[in-house]
Design a protein around this ligand. Structure first.
Ligand code: GLP
Length: 262
């Protein structure tokens, strides 16, 4: 894992966006894996700015989102479909035909999950997967004890995740759907590189467990220790539980010119 620690969520997101933009400029038909939640919002804002002010072109980019709630219609204000169109897609020149988000209303969900995996394969695999982390260490909606070999499938959310996400549903935990479709951990690990973002003290424990704890299914994100190209962009607060934070900062600050890509 490569740790990139910046002072604030804003500077961290801008640095991460530069890395995404570099990929899109080098490979205009890149396949991006995207995430929802509050964490990637600033990254998306910066990508929109780069599109509007610096001509970052998304016309040939294909996207696959990590997850979606089961039972929320696409036009529900808390569906991840609505989230993505509101916070990113409507403000860049993406081709709607190249956007993929799991359909939580599909009549045959297992078949829709298998088709989603197939579509990723047909697109040539994911070049870069954006990830957030749940306070319990989940990635996508792969809750603790998810199989490291899992593919896109139905999952049941933990009480903790329902509690965490209740803020988007008028603070009412009972309104948060209990089930979801999520890319599996195996799907995420197949991405050619991963870009994890985490901000704030509430994520410090999960980040410490992911980076410095043992690789274990109880902390799904810890599998990224086995990924050959995993970058972790976090702010000082999210880094506050790391024992070796000074080392990571020293490595990043001392990167030779020829090695700098973020
Ligand atoms: C949600 C999403 C994840 C996200 C995580 C953190 O449940 N399914 O993809 O990374 O929880 O959310 P937030 O960024 O709002 O803290």
């Amino acid at each position: 894992m490569e740790m990139i620690i910046k002072e604030t969520a804003e500077t961290t997101s801008i640095t991460a966006a530069r890395w995404v933009a570099r990929l899109v400029r080098e490979k205009p038909n890149a396949v991006l894996g995207l995430a929802t939640g509050s964490t990637p919002l600033k990254l998306y804002q910066e990508l929109i700015r780069l599109h509007q002010e610096e001509n970052l072109d998304f016309s040939e980019v294909t996207t696959f989102n990590l997850d979606e709630y089961i039972g929320l219609p696409r036009d529900h204000e808390q569906s991840y479909y609505t989230f993505m169109w509101k916070n990113l897609f409507s403000q860049i020149n993406i081709d709607p035909k190249k956007v993929h988000i799991p359909d939580g209303m599909a009549p045959d969900i297992p078949a829709a999950c298998a088709a989603y995996e197939e579509a990723i394969t047909q697109a040539g695999g994911i070049d870069l997967q954006v990830l957030g982390i749940g306070s319990d260490g989940h990635v996508g909606f792969n809750e603790p004890t998810s199989s490291f070999a899992s593919r896109t499938r139905i999952k049941t959310l933990t009480r903790q995740t329902l509690k965490d996400n209740a803020r988007f549903f008028d603070g009412d935990e009972s309104q948060v759907p209990q089930h979801c479709i999520t890319m599996g951990i195996g799907t995420i690990m197949d991405a050619r590189c991963t870009l994890m973002l985490a901000f704030g003290k509430a994520k410090a424990e999960a980040i410490a467990a992911m980076v410095e704890g043992p690789v274990a299914a109880v902390v799904p994100a810890s599998i990224l220790q086995h990924h050959p190209h995993a970058k972790v962009f976090i702010d000082d607060e999210a880094a506050s539980g790391l024992q070796r934070a000074d080392y990571y900062r020293w490595v990043y600050d001392g990167k030779p010119e020829w090695q700098i890509d973020a």
